[in-house]
Ligand binder design. Structure first.
Ligand code: GCB
Length: 611
């Protein structure tokens, strides 16, 4: 795309997606699947609109008349000109990225309009919400020809209330999704993953009582293994009520009073079997207000750092991890289902993992729920990746919003132990300020998780010996240092790792958050030949020798579980638009390096750092 077209596209988006006083996004409703819901998944009508003619006129001004696609207008006579028709424009599956549903959309970046109709009779007095698991990247949402609002960010859930707008029959819901990359966005234009567009996660109608339990936070207090601390938030006209929190399997029942804002904070002691990878115990937790009752499955564990140790339930733990992109394990495209999550996380278990890094953005809720059940600790991340516009307050606001949306959805998952605020971001004052704002924001909404970021260290050499110094200033603000390194792939030879030493300026645990190299499954040769399984296998062997010598290393998440699509990877035969650093191919075949890491993780299972 030329620069001038790019600017025009950005201008189109800016005009079209500037808030126009529509309904607000509602505070996220916790635990959708435990509510009274109706799925809107399935085949939706879809209009591919690369020039945004459904939103803007030929002077690039927002359309407000029947030419605007969200009106779903039909010609009233044979002579009337209407240049769009959802009914004859084809269909796309929801949830699903559009790129892998039609060959012509593989590289598509632009707008697609989605439409589906539904009937709905809700109980009088109840309220109705529309819940979107995620749409990438900008979404404008319309119901029955009226705008509900807009959402920015491709990987987090959002809700709209439609209580006063829904009809008993023939509702039509229309979304315009635009995945055009923009410099000011989060992520920005430059990434190493596919820009999958569309309604990529489920769409659900959620019916709740007039005053209902909108959200709750029920976790162990930081540093404690027996004190539950949390809050409940009601939404609706009767905000002051009694709310009872029960954990029947632990013999607990506590009644609290919400205040005039519908909130109550509480703290009580409990004798619980703690959640851990060895015993991922989840309790049924019931939260009951006067007219609402919701049950969640929640695990309780503590996570802390002490010096260079990470303590799970007070005991040092080594994080045997792997990174994962949100791509389907056995078909092309974005992952979204519980089955996808089970397959991906089962591969991680088979490797011997107790930890996964969900890169580089918040994954779908099933990944967190299944990780809770399987006993896999999780690193969750926002797409503050590479070169964000550090000086742009809007970009910061957007990043904070995505961070808050990630935390809001997942803050009751025991598996989730680390929030990461950035990946490989170049050091500058503006970037440090930006990341510190995110760190502060995360700590203010949830003190119980550890904060990290995937940083890059500095190589120092005296001509003979190489030492890598971890000294990124943002390290002072983090609990756990993440570090990405590609010794043996982008820099040096795999065997150079054997003699490289690491030093850290921080008395903090280190997670080697990335290392690895590409291999095409089934391509064999000697260990010096790029793209062979043997090269990757050899690289892992040397990495492990080096990692074993880092005294403050407390975890690792090699890059990456499975080959994934990336427009940066253009080399025919070996890449073909795939990043091939997976230990498993895009068809699910295990490469030789998989077994090297598996063996190391077997050894580590009996290793505990000294207390
Ligand atoms: C990195 C990035 C990751 C890339 C990977 C690679 O450092 O964090 O997103 O995909 O390297 O393969 O180059």
């Amino acid at each position: 795309m030329t620069n001038s077209i790019r600017c025009l596209t950005i201008a189109f988006c800016a005009v079209f997606f500037s808030g126009r006083g529509a309904a607000q996004i509602a505070p996220l409703i916790a635990n959708i699947n435990a509510r009274q819901t109706t799925s809107l998944d399935g085949q939706w009508q879809a209009i591919v609109d690369p020039y945004d003619v459904g939103a803007l006129d030929y002077r690039a001004q927002p359309l407000k008349n029947n030419h605007a696609f969200y009106k779903n207008y039909k010609p009233q006579s044979e002579s009337e000109l209407v240049e769009y028709d959802f009914d004859t424009s084809g269909q796309l599956n929801v949830p699903g990225d559009w790129n892998t549903q039609r060959e012509t959309l593989l590289f598509y970046e632009g707008s697609i309009w989605y439409k589906r109709s539904f009937d709905y009779t809700k109980s009088p007095k109840n309220r109705l919400f529309l819940h979107f698991g995620a749409c990438n990247y900008l979404s404008a949402v319309y119901l029955n020809g009226e705008e509900l609002g807009e959402h920015e960010g491709g990987f987090t859930a959002f809700d709209f209330e439609i209580t006063g707008r829904v009809r008993s029959s023939s509702n039509f819901l229309i979304l315009r999704i635009n995945n055009t990359r923009g410099r000011e966005q989060v992520p920005t234009v430059n990434t190493d993953w596919w820009n999958y567009g569309g309604i990529t996660r489920p769409v659900t109608l959620v019916e709740v009582p007039e005053t209902f339990v909108q959200d709750y936070f029920i976790q162990l207090e930081k540093g404690s293994t027996h004190q539950i601390k949390g809050w409940v938030q009601l939404s609706g006209p009767k905000l002051q009520q009694n709310v009872t929190v029960r954990i029947p399997e632990a013999g607990l029942s506590k009644t609290i009073q919400t205040d005039s804002k519908g909130r109550s904070e509480f703290s009580f002691s409990a004798d619980l079997t703690l959640w851990s990878p060895e015993n991922p115990r989840l309790y049924s937790v019931q939260i009951a207000s006067e007219r609402d009752e919701i049950t969640d499955r929640i695990g309780f564990r503590s996570i802390e750092v002490r010096g260079t140790d990470i303590l799970l339930n007070g005991r040092p733990v080594f994080l045997r991890g792997i990174t994962i992109h949100e791509e389907a394990p056995t078909r092309a495209g974005r992952a979204w289902s519980e089955d996808d999550a089970r397959t991906l996380l089962s591969w991680a278990k088979e490797l011997g993992c107790n930890f996964v890094r969900l890169a580089h953005y918040p994954h779908n809720e099933s990944m967190l729920r299944v990780a809770d059940q399987m006993g896999l600790m999780v690193w969750g991340e926002v797409p503050v990746y590479w070169t964000i516009q550090w000086e742009n307050p809007q970009t910061l606001h957007n990043a904070e919003n995505q961070l808050n949306e990630m935390i809001a959805r997942d803050h009751n998952r025991a598996a989730l132990i680390i929030y990461s605020v950035a990946n490989e971001t170049p050091i500058s004052d503006a970037r440090n300020h930006f990341l510190r704002q995110l760190i502060q924001e995360a700590r203010s909404v949830d003190r119980t998780r550890l904060l990290s970021a995937a940083l890059q260290a500095r190589e120092v050499t005296d001509g003979k010996h190489i030492t890598i110094h971890i000294n990124d200033p943002i390290g002072s603000d983090l609990d756990v240092i993440g570090n990405n390194e590609y010794i043996g792939w982008y820099v040096r030879r795999p065997e150079d790792a054997d003699s490289i030493d690491w030093i850290s300026e921080f008395d903090k645990p280190l997670i080697m958050s990335e290392f690895g190299g590409d291999a095409l499954f089934g391509y064999h040769g000697d260990p010096l030949t790029r793209w062979t399984e043997e090269y990757q296998e050899n690289l892992y062997e040397h990495q492990i020798l080096m990692l074993k010598r880092i005294s403050f290393l407390r975890g690792m998440t090699p890059w990456i579980l499975k080959d994934f699509r990336s427009p940066r990877r253009v080399l025919p035969r070996f890449q073909d638009y795939f990043n091939r650093k997976g230990l498993v191919s895009d068809h699910g075949e295990k490469k030789k390096a998989f077994f090297v890491l598996q063996k190391f993780y077997q050894e580590l299972q009996s290793f505990h750092p000294p207390k």
